[in-house]
Write a protein that binds this ligand. Structure first.
Ligand code: SF4
Length: 396
């Protein structure tokens, strides 16, 4: 045993209640759930079934589908049945925009979760001269929202289904804007108003989101919401996402900047990376974020040095070869290092190490122990043999 002090670097997640969405649970200490949204027209039944399946096959655990009209709600019912018959039961969230209570009530019968946007429940008539709402006016509208929302809340509650209160920075209701400004506070108050309505009807299968396209706004809004909910004794899980993050490298970095910052604070129980690309492209980004933070381990963790003048082989090429040979394994850490300049500790305690030794030769490590020196040309093959000897190999 070692007497060295230790420091726990595990992320302490905010305690949340478990919310069941079909066969997946969000919150309650369950692994952070990965979700995305298909971009097919929901009226295209076969296209939507195929898109849901494609997403699920690459690791999307909950799939969102847009439902802009009653016809779409009916189509989604058919999609749900078809996916069960031809593939398996994938948890589906219906995104109900507008003040579409009829749509929401219909679709709630067929899928596991309904997402609503509080900013779209507007009863105030646009009045360009208006600059504020009196307390009485504010509450009067709140009462109307409650009346409108009640049947959906009761339906979801009685069916044991879930709701996401999905606030968007870009679509706050006017009275929230005038009262709290176009601010994280306005977003939080908007969510709290809907949460209170649900709670008053004894419905608590809630997930809340605070999306914004600006990362600092999004981060501030989620942090404020988590703080306010903790103060109020509310333990609802949070759905994280940066809206309109764009595409390519910057879209991924922008999403990661927002989502990972919050996850590192312990905030967030489900994530979606929104890219202007095929939705399947979002899933590896989600899993990479979770893996990098140590929240879920779904692939091999590669530790590799950036290479430098001391590098004894073509590091980029070798890392690529090692990855190609081992990427199907899960739960392993493999280090690929140009040399052992500062000792095996630099390999971050990887399970296996592939390290430059002398020109033309590499050393294989198991943990911090050097196992053998082999010609570089046999390096990858010998690494596989070592993993096999340890019984940690599975065929691809
Ligand atoms: Fe250079 Fe060696 Fe450091 Fe890699 S591990 S960057 S080769 S000194």
């Amino acid at each position: 045993t070692s007497s060295q002090p230790t420091f726990d670097t595990t992320i302490q997640r905010r305690k949340t209640r478990p919310v069941k969405v079909g066969n997946v649970t969000i919150g309650g200490g369950y692994p952070v759930v990965v979700q995305s949204m298909i971009n097919e027209d929901t009226l295209d039944i076969d296209g939507s079934v195929a898109a849901i399946r494609r997403l699920h096959e690459v690791g999307c655990e909950i799939v969102r589908v847009t439902v802009p009209s009653l016809a779409h709600a009916v189509a989604l019912a058919e999609i749900k049945q078809k996916i069960i018959k031809t593939y398996q039961d994938v948890p589906i969230v219906a995104d109900v925009h507008h003040n579409g209570m009829k749509i929401a009530l219909e679709v709630a019968k067929h899928i596991e979760k309904v997402r609503i946007n509080p900013g779209l429940y507007v009863f105030e008539k646009p009045n360009t001269n208006r600059t504020e709402y009196t307390q009485a006016e504010f509450e009067e509208i709140g009462d109307k929202i409650r009346e409108t929302l009640e049947p959906l809340v009761v339906s979801l509650r009685d069916q044991g289904k879930a709701m996401r209160i999905g606030v968007n920075h870009g679509s706050l209701a006017e009275r929230m804007l005038f009262t709290y400004g176009d601010t994280p506070e306005g977003m939080v108050e908007s969510a709290l108003e809907f949460i209170r309505i649900c709670e008053s009807l004894d419905f608590r299968n809630l997930v809340v989101s605070m999306k914004a396209s600006r990362v600092p706004v999004m981060v501030a809004a989620y942090r404020l919401l988590a703080k306010r909910m903790d103060e109020l004794g509310m333990d609802y899980p949070l759905h994280l996402g940066v809206t309109e993050a764009g595409d390519g490298e910057y879209g991924r970095i922008k999403s990661t900047a927002g989502i990972a910052t919050l996850l590192a604070d312990g905030i967030g129980d489900t994530i979606r990376v929104s890219l202007t690309e095929a939705p399947e492209n979002e899933i590896p980004v989600c899993y990479s974020i979770l893996q990098a933070l140590g929240l879920r381990k779904t692939m091999v963790e590669y530790v590799a040095c950036p290479s430098c003048g001391r590098t004894l082989f073509n590091l980029e090429e070798v890392l690529h070869k090692v990855r190609e040979a081992t990427k199907h394994l899960t739960g392993l850490d493999i280090a690929v290092m140009g040399c052992i300049v500062n000792g095996p500790g630099e390999m971050a305690d990887a399970d296996y190490g592939y390290v430059g030794k002398t020109p033309g030769y590499i050393s294989l490590y198991r943990g911090r122990e050097e196992i053998k020196k082999v010609p570089e040309t046999e390096g990858v093959e010998e690494l596989i043999n070592l993993i096999k000897t340890d019984g940690r190999w599975v065929d691809p």
